[in-house]
Design a protein around this ligand. Structure first.
Ligand code: ZN
Length: 368
């Protein structure tokens, strides 16, 4: 069935992606070091990855760099963002360029291919229809195309992918409700979770507004997660777990400002999907060395490492692991524990999680 029309804003005129090859992957393994190779092969999952951050950048840049509203690093081709607001505006520009189903399939396939190069066996991919004007009135068609790309990617690269439908913190309540109505009526197999993202600094505290929608999703057997503690402070993280009752918190790092909340996250084993490079690039933290992931981890909070938007930040999962290991002096047991959290907190099927945990145990040389 066709999706109920979700009119969030006027669709931009159709434009065509320029068909050019992808640039060399940022995640090509630096095979010169044994540790880098070990990190690449470490079995893991990625649980915080946006479809919007996987639109080929070269197409965006070639289409109309000025209209993209950002400058691109001349050496790496990676866009430069001043803050989250500028970043979110860029997503509206780049995703509006995706007007054809074959482009959607290609983006999905590439997610699975890139995942494999980082040792990722399963990915939870968040998609937010507010960024995709060409597809807002045909979410069934959008998910079908994604499904085809993911299926082909799994066949070729052995990576499973689940989708999380994300609401936007700043969208109208009626539009959020329409998206949940669609999800619960259509129930595509590929979509296993409800999420919410967007700029909390602009939206304010929206927990009570989204709570009934999350309750409906939970009753229908869907997983739940929410962005919080990135553009909001610890109060956003508290709202996500106490009002939305999510299973995982996307980012959640500003929980570190509230010691009682850190203790609660640790005691209740709430996983945080941390994205270090993203936080540095969007100015949430000053540097990787200043990132609170280590403080949270040593306080007993379950953390995983993720890219958020790999093509926009020029990063990969393996690179996040390697950079954190170097910055915080993590050894293999710490990296293995983080990989374990990533798999255990993923929305992969129980069988798939078991399979990946078994791969991880074998890799770490543990008896089962
Ligand atoms: Zn995110």
């Amino acid at each position: 069935m066709r999706a109920r029309a979700v009119s969030l804003r006027k669709a931009q005129p159709s434009r065509t992606l320029v068909a050019v090859p992808m640039p060399a992957d940022a995640e090509s393994p630096p095979a010169s070091t044994r540790r880098a190779d070990w990190v690449h092969r470490l079995p893991k999952a990625e649980v915080h990855l946006h479809l919007e951050g996987c639109v080929p950048l070269n197409a965006v840049a070639l289409d109309d760099p000025a209209r993209a509203g950002v400058t691109f690093d001349p050496d790496t081709g990676v866009p430069q963002f001043r803050d989250l607001a500028e970043f979110l505006a860029f997503l509206d520009h780049s995703c509006a360029l995706v007007t054809d189903g074959t482009q959607v399939e290609h983006i999905a396939y590439e997610i699975a291919r890139r995942a494999a190069t980082s040792g990722v066996g399963h990915a939870d991919v968040i998609f937010n229809p507010t960024h995709w004007p060409e597809w807002q009135a045909d979410l069934d068609g959008f998910v079908e195309r994604l499904d085809r790309g993911f299926e082909a990617g799994e066949a070729d690269h052995g990576v499973t992918v689940a989708l999380c439908l994300s609401l936007s913190r700043t969208q109208r309540a009626a539009d959020s409700a329409a998206l949940v109505d669609w999800l619960l009526a259509a129930r595509p197999d590929r979509v296993v979770a409800l999420s919410v993202d967007g700029n909390e600094a602009a939206a304010g505290r929206t927990g009570p507004r989204f709570a009934p929608l999350f309750a409906r999703a939970r009753s229908a057997g869907l997983h739940t997660c929410a962005h919080a503690g990135e553009s909001s402070g610890p109060e956003g993280v508290r709202d996500a777990i106490e009002i939305l009752h999510v299973e995982r918190v996307d980012h959640g790092i500003r929980a570190v400002e509230d010691p009682a909340l850190v203790a609660k996250l640790a005691a209740e084993a709430v996983p945080l999907d941390v994205c270090p490079t993203s936080n540095v690039r969007l100015g949430v933290v000053a540097s990787l060395a200043a990132h609170p992931v280590e403080q949270l981890r040593t306080a007993g909070v379950r953390v995983s490492l993720n890219t958020d938007d790999p093509l926009l930040f020029g990063t990969s999962v393996a690179s996040e692991y390697a950079q954190c290991a170097q910055t915080f002096g993590w050894d293999r047991s710490v990296l293995g524990a983080i990989a374990r959290v990533s798999i255990e907190s993923s929305f992969a099927t129980q069988d798939r999680r078991r399979e990946l945990l078994s791969d991880l145990d074998d890799y770490l040389g543990l008896a089962r």
